[in-house]
Design a protein around this ligand. Structure first.
Ligand SMILES: Cc1cc2nc3c(=O)[nH]c(=O)nc-3n(C[C@H](O)[C@H](O)[C@H](O)COP(=O)(O)O)c2cc1C
Length: 383
């Protein structure tokens, strides 16, 4: 995206007399989306681990940093594009892997992947998506595949081969979920979507999974779900296993869930092509540090050798500005785009993306910068 995107979006909204179904204000968006969801979806999407201290910290930490605007620097021509793994993104924004989207929309991952495709933003498909690797590939946009690395190596290889064959251009390996966190809202409801067979499209369409099951999953759903729960994750994995994964795919490998500089160094030593600083939106370790607190130390450890991406708590353009100034190449939106999905499907995700990028563009310009690559910690002051 180039010049004036933010101002054009303002004109569009004012000339329509308002934003329509999807509020611009992130707070109002969140409130209305919560009301639009079923109780099960609300618990799953809004919930986090334990007392949700890390969920709150992920948001609160953005207030520890303030932008220091600079004046008279000719910001008339701006260019939001960034490069990642040989591809050019229109803006430094991707859609994070988010599983079980059928909880929020009947068409599962299709509306969000279509909205992302229409804007050229990469859509990161979760392992536990509601639509299969191939169905999302048919949408045609830039796409990455996120792997939950389970216990069955043949199944892992099968998923990786399917992703490569279907044109996914990067592999995100989520490291922070060797098991599910203690999510009080879901536990209190006694409801985990996967145990109802939700979010298992990639498994139920997989030849290795189906042959291990011995029958088509629709013929014995309880057995299919039980098999999934046995193979889904693998707490025995360690850094040395990455050599095996590296040998299974030519795709760039991006390790998601890094929160310590030593783990970032370890990732580089194991041949990772990128890192996502993320704490899974506070859904895994309650009381863990805010993800933004981890970013500067990790960026320093990585020293620009591979791209560092960031998620957890990103809701506004200023959040992206701060994450980029602290060393991220791009940010991933998680819950934020689900709010748009809940309110207006594909158009809702599109509105969220357009508003987010417009806000980022204006924040950049009004602070005296013309491109994401110009941002460094000099643009910020610590409170
Ligand atoms: C409902 C929900 C489902 C998620 N599913 C996945 C997933 O399948 N794989 C994954 O790596 N991360 C998953 N995440 C984590 C996101 O990729 C991302 O790290 C997180 O949403 C960022 O926090 P935020 O949404 O508060 O900004 C999920 C998050 C939510 C809210």
């Amino acid at each position: 995206m180039t010049s004036q995107f933010g101002s054009a979006r303002q004109v569009e909204i004012y000339s329509r007399g308002g934003p329509g179904a999807v509020p611009v204000s992130a707070r109002r968006l969140e409130r209305l989306a919560g009301r639009a969801m079923t109780p099960a979806a609300r618990a799953y999407v809004f919930g986090a681990a334990g007392g949700e201290a890390t969920l709150r910290a992920n948001r609160g930490v953005f207030d520890h940093w303030r932008i220091v605007p600079r004046m008279l620097r000719d910001v008339s021509q701006r260019d939001l594009r960034v490069e990642l793994f040989g591809a050019t993104l229109p803006a430094p924004v991707l859609l994070a892997p988010v599983g079980v989207q059928e909880l929020v929309h009947a068409e599962g991952d299709l509306p969000a992947s279509r909205a992302a495709a229409a804007r050229g933003a990469p859509f990161v498909l979760s392992t536990v998506s509601s639509r299969s690797i191939e169905e999302i590939a048919a949408v045609g946009g830039p796409r990455w595949f996120q792997l939950y690395w389970g216990k069955n190596p043949e199944l892992t290889v099968s998923l990786l081969q399917r992703a490569a064959a279907a044109g996914y251009s990067a592999l995100v390996v989520t490291l922070d979920t060797p098991m599910l966190g203690w999510r009080e809202r879901d536990l209190d409801r006694g409801d985990l979507p996967f145990l109802r067979g939700a979010g298992l499209a990639n498994f139920f369409s997989d030849p290795v999974f189906c042959s291990a099951l011995g029958c088509p999953p629709e013929e014995n759903r309880p057995a299919a779900v039980a098999l999934w729960s046995r193979v889904f994750s693998n707490p025995a994995l360690s850094w040395k296993d990455l050599a095996w994964l590296r040998a299974q795919t030519k795709l760039p490998i991006v390790l998601k869930g890094i929160q310590h500089p030593d783990d970032a160094r370890q990732a580089l030593a194991c041949g990772a092509d990128g890192i996502i600083v993320s704490n899974h939106g506070g859904r895994q370790v309650d009381g863990a540090i805010a993800s933004l607190d981890a970013l500067p130390g990790i960026a320093a450890a990585v020293e620009n050798r591979v791209p560092v991406l960031f998620d957890s708590g990103v809701r506004r353009g200023a959040d992206a500005f701060k994450a980029l100034a602290l060393g991220a190449r791009a940010v991933l939106l998680g819950r934020l785009y689900l709010y748009g999905l809940a309110l207006d499907g594909e158009a809702g995700v599109g509105a969220v993306l357009d508003n987010f990028i417009a806000d980022f563009d204006l924040t950049l310009a009004l602070s005296g910068y013309r491109a994401p690559g110009e941002l460094t910690c000099i643009a910020l002051a610590q409170r």
